[in-house]
Design a protein around this ligand. Structure first.
Ligand code: GL7
Length: 797
């Protein structure tokens, strides 16, 4: 079945005109870009409906097992371009719009990014949805329909300022509101025992209403559903108060209920402990589980079959209330006994851990949990008591410790499988944070190395390279990315190497034009584009990259006639609004950029670019234009990384540490095609044992001393010379992520990169090898792994 069989250019043209007329109510002479975008989006959406219905029908007929991916974040980005790519309609739509004098790219860029996530964890969920559709794996994504996604970032005098994001301030053509799919979500109140049953008398309730978005897979053969929940009041506004003139109070219940789906929490790796956040987590989890049980019971009547028909993935601990909530629903609503309810829940649930950073491991005080979710607190205590008595474990493996519920432990205990997101991260899970639990629940932890979808990240975002690939290895690599290995046979073909270089140059020119328009800077497309884009975090070590930039600047100034390799250093990323150290790093990067970009001596050799408001769409521009990918986190800290994979697929070379999935990228592309530096995770652990590690490292490194001296003197903040003294002080005395200890190794490695770049043909050869080795990092491979090792589900293709 292919949705595209009956889509002719003429029928599509007619469809778009009809939507413009009858859905938008505009005629062509008055249609705005927005009108065209909506008309095209509705028309493309129409074509997704058939495979979407067919997928539901097939799953039902096959009595297939369904996967439910529960995530507080889905970082989707723009949808139209991706949908057109999947459906193969890109060129057709372009021609139709050309005839109307409308640019397809303008239409695409009129769409706001759906930014319902912070970073890698949320973007991974979006790639997984797309791969599950491509692989015809029956699946639902469940999330929250945040009215305001991740904040928009702007810079004021170099500092980050956060502005609210407003993607739903206009109709969303991709969603279907489902007023009939609605569940009551209870909060607070108290629990009473009656006839051996627990009855929870909630003090507050809200409705969760479903909004469905179809997610179409490659070539439109299958579409799954992303079901996002919006919060709505169970009681409408207070007419009595309204009539007495108190309009604000009259609207209060409604406003309060809606706050639950109002905003995405912008912290990426820090736990915030806020009541509203706990309520959001429960809101999603309860709505999802009620919906799952309703769907199951519409087809089957024996709840003991649930684990055969339902696999639930908890994306991090955020939906970890799924364990107690499923037990509650099975017992209190469906009348099952404790033992049966718990066995069934365990049979359905799985948990992915995404970070070992201690500040990200969620805990909730028993006081708050007991107040907001009194019934769940009881269930958690019983799960905990049985977990401790059955495993006879040490007290530090308890779910409740020091009056806090440890969500990682709860998720672990209630999961059939627990997975890490790269080989190294999974090993470290077993050796460190989850060592004890791994001992009492052996073989529960498994690995599934992350991946990314090549449809969005190569085919859509890099048409130039895509053409080279198809011309060289033939069609079909998009859904069988291992085929990229065929490129290796063309390594000696000068034309192929040139074509890869030409595609890169094309993308660099396009990026330069965009930077020119947006920032008024003129970039040299023949310089090496050296890019670090990701959330701003100390462990990701943007600071180390800036220090290297300063060292490079000083060295060029000292010898302007030297044999330098020109570079453009590009940074992108947001800091959590409350993470002040990260915000200082942003300010610092901008100050350094300003200083360097105003220096005529180095102008042709070094530029620093930091466009504001990095997001999925910006990543789609930057990655195809990158020569050098910076993956320089302290070894052991980055669980996987996924940007690293996108760069490799697009023919960037990596400078990186042996951290996260970098380790596997290096194995797949070949060690000689990867710029490695820095300590290993084990060496990092040893290094932490050295008191004064930073001071020692600084004293051993003249370049680093010089850099810190310049910063301390106020070279980058002439109007406020002391601005970065705290930063310098922290380097000497703390340096929690070992920037100083890895710095010289990084500097030496960057010099190696400079030399390599001078031989363009050899560089293209290395790029080719990186692309050829990147097939493993398709999220199709990852999803096949989840299907086989965790979910026990089959493709219904
Ligand atoms: C993350 C990890 O930091 C990142 O390395 C990983 O690639 C991603 C997806 O598995 O998950 N964990 C986390 O809490 N965030 C991540 O991006 C925010």
């Amino acid at each position: 079945m292919n949705a595209l069989n009956d889509v002719s250019p003429q029928s599509l043209r007619t469809r778009i005109t009809k939507h413009l007329t009858y859905t938008l109510g505009k005629d062509k002479s008055h249609a705005s870009l927005y009108d065209w975008r909506m008309a095209v989006s509705y028309s493309v959406r129409d074509i997704v409906i058939e495979p979407w219905f067919a997928a539901t029908r097939k799953t039902y007929e096959a009595q297939g097992k369904r996967v439910y991916y529960l995530s507080l974040e889905f970082l989707i980005g723009r949808i139209l371009g991706d949908a057109m790519t999947s459906l193969g309609l890109f060129d057709t739509v372009r021609e139709i719009l050309d005839d109307e004098g409308i640019s397809l790219w303008d239409v695409i860029e009129d769409e706001p990014d759906a930014a319902l996530g912070n970073g890698g964890l949320g973007r991974l969920a979006a790639c997984f949805l797309e791969s599950m559709s491509t692989l015809a794996c029956p699946a639902y994504g469940y999330g929250i329909r945040y009215e305001h996604g991740l904040f928009r970032q702007k810079f004021e005098n170099g500092s980050q300022v956060e502005l609210p994001e407003d993607w739903l301030n206009q109709p969303n053509p991709w969603e279907f509101e489902r007023p009939e799919s609605r569940y009551t979500i209870p909060f607070k109140g108290h629990v009473e025992q009656a006839d051996g049953k627990s009855v929870w008398y909630a003090a507050e309730t809200v409705y969760a209403r479903a909004y469905d978005m179809p997610v179409v897979g490659w070539q439109g053969k299958w579409a799954n559903t992303l079901r996002l929940w919006g919060a709505h009041p169970t009681e409408m506004f207070d007419l009595e108060r309204f009539n007495s003139g108190d309009y604000t109070a009259a609207a209060a219940p409604e406003a309060l209920a809606r706050t639950l789906s109002r905003v995405l929490y912008p912290e990426d790796t820090t736990e915030s402990g806020k009541e509203l956040r706990l309520k959001q987590e429960y809101f999603l989890t309860s709505a999802a589980l009620q919906d799952i049980l309703r769907r199951f019971l519409s087809e089957y009547d024996d709840l003991s079959l649930l684990p055969d028909k339902v696999a639930i993935q908890m994306n991090d601990t955020h939906p970890a209330l799924a364990g107690p909530e499923l037990i509650r629903l099975l017992m209190d609503v469906h009348g099952l006994a404790w033992e049966d309810a718990k066995r069934i829940a365990l049979g359905c649930l799985n948990y992915t851990n995404h970070t070992l950073l201690p500040e990200a491991l969620e805990t909730w005080s028993t006081w708050l949990m007991g107040r907001v979710l009194p019934r769940h607190m009881q269930i958690i205590e019983r799960i905990d008591a049985e977990h401790q008595s059955e495993t006879n474990c040490a007290p530090d493996l308890a779910i409740v410790q020091h009056d806090h519920v440890h969500m990682g432990t709860l998720a672990f205990v209630m999961a059939s499988h627990v997975n890490g997101v790269s080989a190294l991260h999974t090993d470290l899970m077993k050796e460190t944070v989850f060592a004890g639990l791994n001992g009492v629940y052996p073989s529960r932890i498994i690995n599934q190395t992350n991946g990314v979808t090549p449809r969005r990240w190569v085919r859509l975002s890099n048409p130039a390279l895509s053409k080279v690939l198809t011309d060289t290895i033939g069609a079909g690599w998009e859904s069988d990315l291992d085929r990229l290995a065929d490129l290796a046979a063309h390594e000696e073909d000068h034309d192929v190497r040139d074509a890869i270089g030409a595609a890169k140059r094309h993308n660099k020119v396009a990026l330069s034009n965009w930077v020119g328009e947006k920032m008024g800077m003129s970039l040299n497309p023949d310089a090496m584009f050296d890019v670090q884009i990701k959330r701003i975090h100390e462990y990701k070590r943007q600071l180390m990259n800036v220090f290297e930039t300063i060292a490079r600047w000083s060295a060029i100034r000292a010898n302007p006639q030297g044999d330098w390799t020109p570079r453009v250093k590009i940074f992108g990323g947001k800091a959590a609004p409350g993470y002040f150290v990260a915000k200082d790093i942003i300010h610092f990067i901008n100050d350094v950029a300003k200083t360097i970009n105003n220096d005529p001596v180095t102008a042709d050799l070094l530029q620093v670019v930091y466009p504001a408001n990095y997001n999925v769409s910006m990543a789609q521009r930057l990655i195809p234009a990158t020569d050098l990918s910076e993956q320089i986190s302290t070894a052991g800290k980055e669980a996987s990384g996924t940007g690293n994979m996108k760069f490799t697929m697009n023919g960037a070379l990596t400078i990186g540490t042996l951290d996260g999935a970098n380790v596997e990228i290096r194995e797949h592309v070949g060690a000689e095609n990867f710029f490695l530096f820095g300590m290993t995770a084990a060496q990092v652990q040893d290094r932490y044992q050295v008191t004064d590690h930073a001071r020692q490292a600084i004293l051993a490194s003249q370049p680093l001393q010089d850099i810190l001296q310049m910063i301390a003197e106020g070279r980058f903040s002439p109007t406020d010379k002391g601005r970065y003294l705290p930063l310098v002080d922290a380097m000497w005395n703390h340096d929690p992520f070992l920037v100083a200890s890895d710095f010289d190794s990084y500097l030496a490695c960057q010099a190696q990169v400079d030399r390599a770049y001078t031989d363009a043909d050899q560089w293209n050869r290395l790029a080719l090898r990186n692309i050829a080795g990147s097939g493993f990092f398709s999220s199709d491979r990852t999803i096949k792994g989840y299907m086989a090792d965790i979910w026990d589900t089959k493709s219904l293709a």
